[in-house]
Design a protein around this ligand. Structure first.
Ligand SMILES: Nc1ncnc2c1ncn2[C@@H]1O[C@H](COP(=O)(O)OP(=O)(O)OP(=O)(O)O)[C@@H](O)[C@H]1O
Ligand SMILES: [Mg+2]
Length: 315
């Protein structure tokens, strides 16, 4: 449904994105994950024909985004990063205007606008002008305009940003419900959000794709790295030094002290080696009390940080 080949965008001297390639199948929900300035919005702007790429190819629903932009725009619902809204229109008036622009049959417009306002929780704001709305409510109007013509492809740039917690839950379930039939690309900084909503995650950093896989595979990819959490009562500096000297230890992080006088450390071993049993041995030799030794699971957040900081991890 979406094909992207070697897409590059430079802003003068500055790098936007560099040689990005990926495909999205019909009905798939894909998440762009990456830190600020990674290139998520740039990629989305090119796909939605908002601006041209410097080089490379991209197509949506079989239409080339450079040559056939009108057809591409017809297929796509786009929630941009900063939602441009007509501030002097009342909410339903604005949505009716957008629905008309998008070619919705006149007879369907009223009921569709009502339905969308209900879906994104805007019904009680019907009398307000767009300019009077708070940030979260404007975001809801942005979502409603992206969804109004029930497009086949949805490109949502940080769809839950600025929403309150209850609305975040509702919008996430709305997005999840849209998958299957529609093809969705969304971007987020929120790791649990992408792992919850998306079948595949594309991790972007510094304009390049660092990893592209299912949330499960991204997790298991790094499971060969053993990490444990150790709670030890003993002189912190000596314990840190001792743990670092254990053969096969890659890194040791001090995690904090408890009132009981114990300190917590995270010990990570080199790839493919699990030396957790060496920690009790060291503690007993040094006469430190070992209170706890538990496996530390890698969260998606850790994987994200590892992938964007560790040059050795490639997919
Ligand atoms: N109009 C522009 N002119 C010059 N440089 C730009 C422009 N838009 C983006 N960039 C640069 O391109 C890079 C990618 O930016 P982009 O907005 O795509 O990042 P992002 O992943 O969406 O980040 P964020 O999470 O902050 O939204 C950044 O280095 C940014 O400074
Ligand atoms: Mg962005």
């Amino acid at each position: 449904m979406i094909n992207v080949e070697n897409l590059t965008k430079t802003y003068g001297q500055a790098r936007g994105i560099n040689d990005i390639s990926f495909n999205v199948a019909k009905g798939e929900i894909i998440g762009f994950l990456g830190p600020n300035g990674a290139g998520k919005t740039t990629t989305m702007r090119i796909l939605t024909c908002f601006m041209p790429a410097t080089s490379g190819k991209a197509s949506v629903a079989g239409y080339d985004v450079f040559e056939d932009s009108l057809n591409v725009r017809r297929k796509i619902g786009y929630l941009p990063e900063s939602v441009p809204l007509y501030t002097d229109m009342q909410v339903p008036v604005y949505l009716k205007f957008v629905a008309g622009l998008k070619g919705l049959p006149r007879k369907q417009i009223n009921s569709r606008v009502g339905e969308m306002m209900e879906k994104v929780g805007l019904t009680h704001m019907a009398h307000k002008f767009v300019g009077e709305l708070s940030k979260g409510y404007r975001q809801r109007v942005g979502l409603a305009q992206a969804l109004i013509n029930d497009p086949e492809v949805l490109i949502l740039d940080e769809p839950t940003i600025g929403l309150d917690p209850r609305q975040i839950i509702e919008i996430r379930s709305l997005i999840r419900g849209l998958g299957g039939e529609r093809t969705i690309i969304l971007s987020s900084h929120i790791l649990p959000e992408v792992s919850m909503l998306c079948e595949r995650i594309i991790i972007i950093d510094e304009g390049r794709i660092k990893a592209m896989d299912t949330p499960d595979n991204l997790m298991s990819q790094l499971h060969s790295v053993a990490r444990v959490q150790a709670k030890i009562a003993g002189p912190k500096d000596l314990v840190l030094e001792g743990l670092k000297k254990i053969g096969g230890v890659h890194s040791v992080d001090f995690k904090g002290s408890a009132a009981s006088g114990t300190n917590s450390y995270t010990v990570e071993f080199v790839d493919g080696f699990d030396g957790a049993h060496l920690i009790p041995r060291l503690a007993s030799e040094q006469k430190w009390d070992l209170y706890e030794l538990t496996p530390a699971k890698m969260s998606l957040e850790d994987i994200f940080i590892k992938i964007v900081t560790d040059e050795e991890v490639h997919v």
